[in-house]
Design a protein around this ligand. Structure first.
Ligand code: 8YV
Length: 314
């Protein structure tokens, strides 16, 4: 008998095949009446396969009394109710490491795109302005500038490593100084970090403690010539304060890959010219997504074979 699992969102077709081969998969995200769907199959569910941004709420966990494991396709597990999991002894896994390089790459790409005006410059060529109007307005230098990394975990470290290649002056904030940070300056206070940064990268794992850590004060300290880049979770930033800072130009520019309520983002974001928008795609390469899907299944397989989980969170 195949174990029954609840699937919270779609996966690429190369994951759907093997998942359905080994498991009796119930597709929650396609159910027209989700509460009724859960009431019907909840007791059969032994594992949940979900995505980083979808997680699993307390309601879902409660509706599955025989749940043993939640396997997250993503490094972030902030959308999984860990308190409910702990209380019930439900195990949780994520997909760390395999996506680190891609997320760092996109963060650096966003920095370059904003500073050198890549999106506007491309349109300038395409719409004939280059030929008809003249040269594209001058943009801003990246190399040698000051970078701040808020959260020097695996992803923050890879971002900083890449920035070293741009001869940037690198500082970071975290809950403690990191022994693995080569000659990067530790600045405990995020406001002080922002004050000394031309580019501030947000690479923190999101939690209740980090909610709105980038607030109006941090944005003000960054200032009107600086750029904020977020590849972590929207909850790390006070979006209302960010929109205000961008509208009033108290903050120079921002580049965001994550949003509250995504994909239905705050419409005010769409009106801001000093903002680069990305559709939560930092881990979105074929190579990485294949590795993430494989890890989701390996964790499920290990659990049902009675073996140690590969990448446990709980
Ligand atoms: C998503 C992510 O899981 O790793 C994370 O925490 O948010 C992403 O990798 C990805 O968009 C797939 O849904």
């Amino acid at each position: 008998m195949k174990p029954t699992i609840l699937q919270m969102g779609a996966y690429p077709e190369w994951d759907e095949g093997p998942l359905n081969e080994n498991y009796d998969v119930r597709r929650y995200f396609e159910a027209p009446d989700r509460p009724a769907f859960l009431a019907d199959c909840g007791a059969d569910i032994r594992a949940i396969a979900t995505r980083g941004e979808l997680g699993a709420s307390k309601d879902i966990i409660d509706a599955c009394p025989n749940l043993e494991l939640i396997s997250v396709y993503g490094v972030g597990y902030d959308a999984v109710d860990l308190t409910a999991c702990r209380a019930r002894g439900v195990r949780v896994t994520n997909t760390p490491d395999v996506l680190t390089g891609d997320v760092a790459d996109l963060a650096v790409a966003m920095m370059l795109a904003v500073s050198r005006g890549l999106v506007g410059a491309e349109a300038w060529v395409r719409n004939g302005d280059w030929a008809n109007v003249g040269n594209y307005p001058l943009q801003h230098r990246v190399w040698g500038q000051r970078a701040g990394v808020l959260g020097l975990g695996r992803i923050g470290f890879e971002v900083a490593k890449r920035l070293r290649g741009f001869d940037m002056e690198i500082a970071y904030s975290d809950i403690s100084e990191k022994p693995y940070a080569p000659d990067w300056t530790y600045v405990a206070d995020p406001v002080a970090l922002a004050q000394r940064s031309d580019f501030l990268f947000v690479t923190l794992a999101a939690s209740a403690e980090t909610r709105h850590i980038v607030n109006s004060e941090v944005l003000g300290a960054l200032g009107s010539d600086a750029v904020l880049i977020n590849v972590s979770r929207a909850s790390n930033i006070d979006e209302a304060a960010l929109i205000d800072a961008l509208q009033t130009k108290r903050l120079g520019a921002a580049a965001l890959d994550v949003f509250e309520g995504e994909p239905a983002i705050d419409p005010r974001f769409l009106t801001l010219p000093n903002l680069l928008l990305q559709p939560h795609q930092a881990s979105g390469t074929v190579e990485t997504r294949k590795a993430m899907g494989a890890l989701v299944r390996q964790n499920l397989d290990a659990h049902f074979a009675g073996e140690a989980l590969l990448t446990p969170v709980l």
